[in-house]
Design a binder for this molecule. Structure first.
Ligand code: ADP
Length: 188
């Protein structure tokens, strides 16, 4: 049973690794960024509310993201496990997730922190060139990450669920260390 949360700044390669790993172990890859971008492009009411925040590199309000995740993680396909990418992004979201998983009687998960130096991250994001990858928005996202998301490292460390992996290597090398870290952990 794979239940995995990916933490890490924008640009560390969470999406790439989460998607490869999800394929390999056969569980859904749940990315709040992707879910939100889909909502924006389909111009759903939620998407329209989220767009301005995303364009500025701010976090979308918790209630919007939480409703997306609650729905997605309770789908039948997610009963066999999941890999979360981009959620939780702050302590309030992490608490909501704990309660949700308790309610669903899903106990045991692993949290992977992909670690990459900031200057490498900025370079990668500028090269990626997504619509929200301008220098100013990138700076915003990084500072939001610092203030809102890094407290989660402590949150999961206290719960003994955190594993940090060096993400400053080739996609294949990171994939290999990730695989090792997952095998090394006991099944919940
Ligand atoms: P990145 O990791 O490069 O920032 P994502 O695709 O994960 O890219 O997220 C893009 C944007 O979507 C974020 O900048 C943010 O506005 C919004 N977003 C994604 N996940 C969340 C979340 N859990 N809470 C609030 N906002 C989110």
């Amino acid at each position: 049973m794979t239940r995995l949360i990916f933490l890490g700044a924008p640009g560390v390669g969470k999406g790439t690794q989460a998607s490869r790993l999800a394929q390999k172990v056969g569980v859904p890859h749940i990315s709040t960024g992707d879910l939100l971008r889909t909502a924006v492009s389909q111009q759903t009411p939620l998407g329209s509310k989220a767009k301005a925040y995303m364009d500025q590199g701010q976090l979308v309000p918790d209630e919007l993201v939480v409703s997306l995740i609650e729905e997605r993680i309770q789908e039948p396909g997610a009963q066999i496990g999941w890999i979360l990418d981009g959620f939780p992004r702050n302590v309030a979201q992490a608490n909501v997730l704990e309660q949700l998983l308790d309610r669903m009687r899903q106990h045991g998960k692993q949290v992977i922190n992909l670690d990459v130096p900031v200057d490498v991250i900025v370079q990668r994001l500028l090269e990626r060139g997504r619509a929200d990858d301008t220098e100013e928005v990138i700076r915003n996202r990084l500072s939001v990450y610092q203030s809102q998301t890094t407290p989660l490292l402590e949150f999961y460390k206290t719960r003994d669920q955190l594993e940090t992996i060096n993400g400053n290597a080739s996609v294949e090398e990171v994939e290999a260390s990730l695989w090792q870290a997952i095998q090394a952990q006991p099944e919940p």
